[in-house]
Design a protein around this ligand. Sequence first.
Ligand SMILES: [Mg+2]
Length: 317
Amino acid sequence: VATTPARNEDAWLAEAFARLVPGPRVRLGMGHDAAVLRHDGRDVVLKTDTVVDGVDFVLAACGPAAAARKAVAVTLSDLAAVGAVPRALLVSAILPRGVTFETFAAIARGLLAAAAEFGADLVGGDTSVADAPLSLSVFATGDLRDGGPVGRSGAKPGQVLSVTGPLGGSIFGRHLTFSPRFDASAALLARRVPSAMMDLSDGLSRDLPRICRASGVGADVDPAAIPIHDDVRRHRDGRSPLEHALHDGEDFELLLAHDPLPPSVEAELLALRVRLHAIGVVTATPGAVRLVHPDGPIPLVPQGFDHLAGSASPPEA
Ligand SMILES: [Mg+2]
């Protein structure tokens, strides 16, 4: 008998796909940032993601080319997260009825520029028209780097949790202009650093528990160690910089669990401009994700964006 899970994306997926059994060719399946399929003796990486006007961007504010770039970048960020490089892109567009050719051509320009920027071939797609806001779904294939794939399930108690850059305030522009962290992914994979990794799309407070659930572990996070982006100062809503860094989302930095870095490896990464900001440790208590303040630990409650809950405000620009 099906139960009705809490109204959030992870709970619905877990309940509705509980009977999914990954086939023998599936190296990474549902629940990781991208899928990895063993096919004809090699690994193929697969990913799709969708952005929608009014949810992920505001078309009237950012324009169609920037929306198209974001559609590509959010999909490719998940390839970076599993340790893959992009190869081919397919794009499905749902255009609002009455769309002009200028808008259509600008979307195409944005897609082509993004494909070139990230070294992928745009090879096809599909166009529909509906009484609906603009929606762009980008499907990508990729190839694994040596050392990949890195999924979400490999975090082990005692490991360090790190992020690759400062968090918060992406709404002031970075949610459109970010670049997937292929540089960090490459440098980390080459040194076999990550045991588990994902990109931070929905906010640390929502994404960190996903790595913990997948790995059967917990996490103790030091709030004072979380790198906070300067952009959070532009918020005028009374919430603290830490709250924004924890919950804003769309940072698209990488979150990873790893053994403590030898100083030589840390120096090599820094020489490649990849800085790991250690924010906490992996613990052995499944599902216990805590902020450890000087006066004691408190649970880290997810407040990042959830599509089903509609819990965060849409982007301003
Ligand atoms: Mg992801």
